[in-house]
Design a protein around this ligand. Structure first.
Ligand SMILES: NC(=O)c1ccc[n+]([C@@H]2O[C@H](COP(=O)([O-])OP(=O)(O)OC[C@H]3O[C@@H](n4cnc5c(N)ncnc54)[C@H](O)[C@@H]3O)[C@@H](O)[C@H]2O)c1
Length: 391
């Protein structure tokens, strides 16, 4: 059976697509496969096609990228693309420090917006963006990619099915060794390690942890964090040494309230100065009275109360059981596609339906708030409450 011809084409101005995230996840893994599949299928079975317009500062680079991927439209004029009446959606994956300005202009021009996180460098700016969305009524989506990871989809299913009983705690480990750049090139951009350019582990990751905790457990009510700059000097893309002014690790403890009003303690370590002794680059363990589970990007394993061993502490004896083997893998039971692409498809359906996207600028503002409070908690050496944001 042939699929129906698209009834409409959405023109998407894509800014920051020469960057790591913009190019790989958004252009190559999401928008181009959607385009090449003839568009996204809507709830009524009809299709909507996408037409990317690539935006970049370097004309030859952007022209080359467009040619490489068979993209007809490209420009170096971001403001022109935002003002273009034929453009439906403005997407931004550029540097964090430039984002609020771009999103503001786009929404003021009546465009729907889809953006990488964090949406702004300060809570005040992030809230302003959420307010502007309310005023303009456009559809706005913010990348919440971790919730679409197969591992976390399985973990969320266990929560929904009541597998855990009463949930007690979550512990997360995230990070890997990012080379300093002196002898081996760093595998992340240098601005990530400069506070003045919007870098920093807390700013980068606490906005993810906010929606992960909200999406799996409940709302975050308190934060206590200790940040560190373990590596004070790094080498940039030109091989020049620079001062790493931003934090490269953040150790956070979060108070959570579940929808039933139960308290849960969550603890997440995030570090660019850690070597991996785990199965995946991020792992979350949830413990409950009836069972526990450990989820990574892809895999999720679980252990029920009935299968819980009863270890006895005896430092005089070698370990006699293999604890890892006592867990059972949770099956996907579905075809779980790339998370960035899945969220793009959901967002595009929301744009066509003229409705809000579930991961919006207000959710993103809560993420920026958690990052800001995390930095404040560390600077002041105390636990802070997370106040509710109202628009
Ligand atoms: N969702 C995630 O898991 C995830 C992961 C990493 C980064 N991010 C976010 O994505 C965004 C981009 O991060 P990245 O790692 O791809 O960075 P990157 O440095 O690889 O890319 C940045 C992009 O911005 C452009 N840019 C840089 N300086 C500019 C300037 N002065 N004017 C205009 N454009 C400029 C670059 O050309 C490039 O296209 C950041 O906001 C970051 O927080 C999200």
């Amino acid at each position: 059976m042939t699929s129906p011809a698209p009834t409409r084409t959405l023109r998407i101005a894509m800014n920051g697509i020469t960057g790591r995230m913009g190019y790989r996840q958004h252009l190559v893994r999401s928008i181009l496969p959607i385009r090449d599949a003839g568009g996204v299928t809507l709830e009524d079975g009809t299709k909507v096609q996408v037409e990317p317009i690539l935006i970049g500062r370097n004309e030859s680079k952007i022209r080359e990228l467009a040619a490489l991927h068979g993209v007809e439209h490209w420009t170096t004029d971001l403001d022109g693309a935002i003002a273009d009446p034929s453009v439906d959606i403005v997407f931004d994956a550029s540097m964090t420090s430039l984002r609020a300005k771009t999103l503001t202009k786009a929404m003021e021009a009546g465009k729907h917006v889809y953006t990488e996180k964090p949406t702004a460098e300060t809570l005040a700016e992030a809230v302003e963006l959420a307010r502007l969305r309310e005023e303009t009524g456009v559809t706005a989506g913010v990348v919440h990619d971790k919730l679409y990871l197969p591992g976390l989809v399985k973990l969320r299913r266990l929560v929904d099915e009541g597998f855990f009983g009463r949930i007690l705690s979550l512990r997360g480990e995230f990070g890997y060794w990012v080379f300093e750049g002196e002898h081996q090139a760093a595998q992340r951009p240098s601005w990530n390690y400069r506070a003045q350019d919007g870098g920093g582990m807390t700013t980068d990751m606490f906005c993810h942890w906010n929606y992960v905790l909200e999406g799996i457990l409940g709302k975050v009510t308190t934060v206590s964090a200790q940040t560190a700059t373990h590596i004070p000097t790094r080498w940039d893309e030109n091989g020049d040494a620079y001062d790493a002014t931003a934090d490269d690790a953040a150790y956070g403890i979060f108070g959570i309230e579940t929808p039933d009003g139960d308290p849960v303690v969550a603890q997440i370590n995030s570090s660019w100065a850690v070597r991996v002794y785990r199965d995946e680059l991020v792992e979350f363990q949830v413990d409950g009275t009836h069972g526990s589970a450990v989820a990574g990007l892809n895999k999720c394993v679980a252990q029920q109360r009935a299968h819980t061993p009863k270890p006895v502490w005896n430092p005089d004896l070698p370990v006699t059981e293999s604890f890892r083997e006592q867990w059972m893998e949770v099956p996907a039971n579905a075809d779980l596609d790339n998370g960035f692409k899945l969220q793009w498809e959901e967002f595009l359906r929301d744009v066509v339906a003229g409705r809000e996207h579930r991961f919006d600028l207000l959710s993103a503002a809560r993420g920026v708030q958690l990052a800001e409070l995390g930095l404040q908690s560390s600077a002041e050496g105390r636990r802070l409450d997370v106040p509710e944001i109202s628009l």
